[in-house]
Design a protein around this ligand. Structure first.
Ligand code: ADP
Ligand code: MG
Length: 288
C-alpha cells in the first residue's frame, strides 16, 4: 500500500467513525466474503429490559429477583444490568460467586445455592426444567432471551429479557448483501431466540448457544467460502475477533473486544461494517 492511499482511506474512515488499529486492515476488509455478527450489543442495543417473570408454583417474585439480583450485582453482562434494574435495592451479599461466560452465574445467597442463566447452564448443573420449560421456549420463540433462576437444585423462575434491534441493523445486513457478501449470526444466546432475530434481519446462517471458544470455531466453517470478518462487542467475542480474517469491534463494547480487533466502529452503528468494507475495496482498487 502506498502511504497516500492509506492516509486518504483513513481520513474518510475517520469521518465515518471507523478506526483502523493496524495498517493491514483495509486490505483484509477488501477480501472479505462473509460477515459474521455477534447478537447482543452488536446487532441489538445490548440494553435488555426485563419484560416478564414466570414463576414456579408457590414462588415469591421478590424472592426470585432478590436471589438472582444478588448474583448479578457481581456481573457486568447486559443481562445483569436488566435484572438488577428490576431487583430490590437492598440485596443480600452473595458468596463463592462465579461468572460462567456464555452461561450465567453461580454462587451462594442466603444459604442457598443459586444459579442464574441459560437452559444449558441448568442442564450442566443437573437442575430439571420442570413445568417452566414450556414458558422458557415460548419466551424464546418471541425473540426474547429466557434467563432461568434456580435455588438448591429447583427452578424458581424464568425471566424474559427483551433487547431491541439497533435501528440500522436490518439496513446494514441488506447493504452487505447488496455488496455480494454473505452474513451470519454467531451468538451465545439460545437457538430459538437467535433464529427469531436472524429472521427479522434476513440473516440465513445461524450458530447459537455457543461458548466463547465455540464462536471462534464457528468461524472455521464459514471460512470455507473465503475470508471472514467477525463483528462483536463483548468479552465473550475476543477469541473470535482475534481469529477472524478481520476482527471488527463495536466501540461502545468492552476494552477486551477492542484490543482483540483490527477495526473499531466508534459509534457502534453496524452500518459502519458496510462502510468499512466499501472503503477497503475502494482503497485497494486505488492502489492496484
Ligand atoms: P451474546 O453472544 O448474545 O452476546 P453471551 O455469550 O455473553 O451472549 O451470553 C449467552 C447467554 O448466556 C445470554 O443470552 C444469557 O442468557 C446468558 N448469560 C450470560 N451472562 C449472564 C449473566 N450474568 N446472568 C444470566 N445469564 C447470563
Ligand atoms: Mg455481545
Amino acid at each position: 500500500a502506498t502511504p497516500t492511499s492509506v492516509m486518504v482511506g483513513s481520513g474518510r474512515a475517520a469521518e465515518l467513525g471507523v478506526l483502523f488499529r493496524n495498517g493491514a486492515a483495509l486490505q483484509s476488509l477488501a477480501g472479505v466474503r462473509t460477515v459474521a455478527f455477534d447478537k447482543t450489543g452488536t446487532l441489538t442495543e445490548g440494553r435488555p429490559v426485563l419484560t416478564e417473570v414466570i414463576l414456579a408454583d408457590g414462588v415469591d417474585r421478590a424472592l426470585a429477583l432478590r436471589l438472582a439480583g444478588a448474583l448479578e450485582a457481581r456481573s457486568e453482562h447486559p443481562v445483569a444490568q436488566a435484572i438488577l434494574a428490576a431487583a430490590p435495592a437492598d440485596l443480600p451479599q452473595a458468596e463463592a460467586v462465579e461468572t460462567l461466560p456464555g452461561l450465567g452465574m453461580r454462587g451462594r445467597v442466603e444459604g442457598q445455592e443459586v444459579r442464574v442463566g441459560t437452559a444449558r447452564l441448568m442442564l450442566r448443573e443437573h437442575i430439571p426444567p420442570g413445568p417452566l420449560e414450556a414458558a422458557s421456549q415460548q419466551i424464546a420463540a418471541r425473540g426474547v432471551t429466557p434467563v432461568h433462576v434456580a435455588a438448591d437444585g429447583r427452578m424458581l423462575a424464568v425471566l424474559g429479557l427483551s433487547d431491541p434491534l439497533k435501528p440500522s441493523a436490518a439496513g446494514a445486513i441488506a447493504a452487505l448483501h447488496d455488496m455480494g457478501l454473505s452474513t451470519a449470526l454467531i451468538t451465545g444466546d439460545t437457538e430459538i431466540t437467535a433464529r427469531g432475530v436472524a429472521r427479522a434481519l434476513g440473516i440465513a446462517h445461524v450458530t447459537a448457544g455457543v461458548l466463547p471458544g465455540g464462536k471462534r470455531d464457528a468461524l472455521a466453517a464459514l471460512r470455507e467460502n473465503g475470508p471472514v470478518a467477525f463483528v462483536g462487542d463483548g468479552l465473550n467475542d475476543a477469541p473470535a475477533l482475534a481469529e477472524a480474517d478481520t476482527g471488527i469491534a463495536i466501540g461502545t463494547g468492552t476494552d477486551i473486544a477492542i484490543e482483540a480487533a483490527d477495526v473499531v466502529l466508534m459509534s457502534g452503528d453496524p452500518m459502519g461494517v458496510a462502510d468499512a468494507i466499501a472503503l477497503g475495496r475502494k482503497t485497494m482498487g486505488n492502489i492496484r
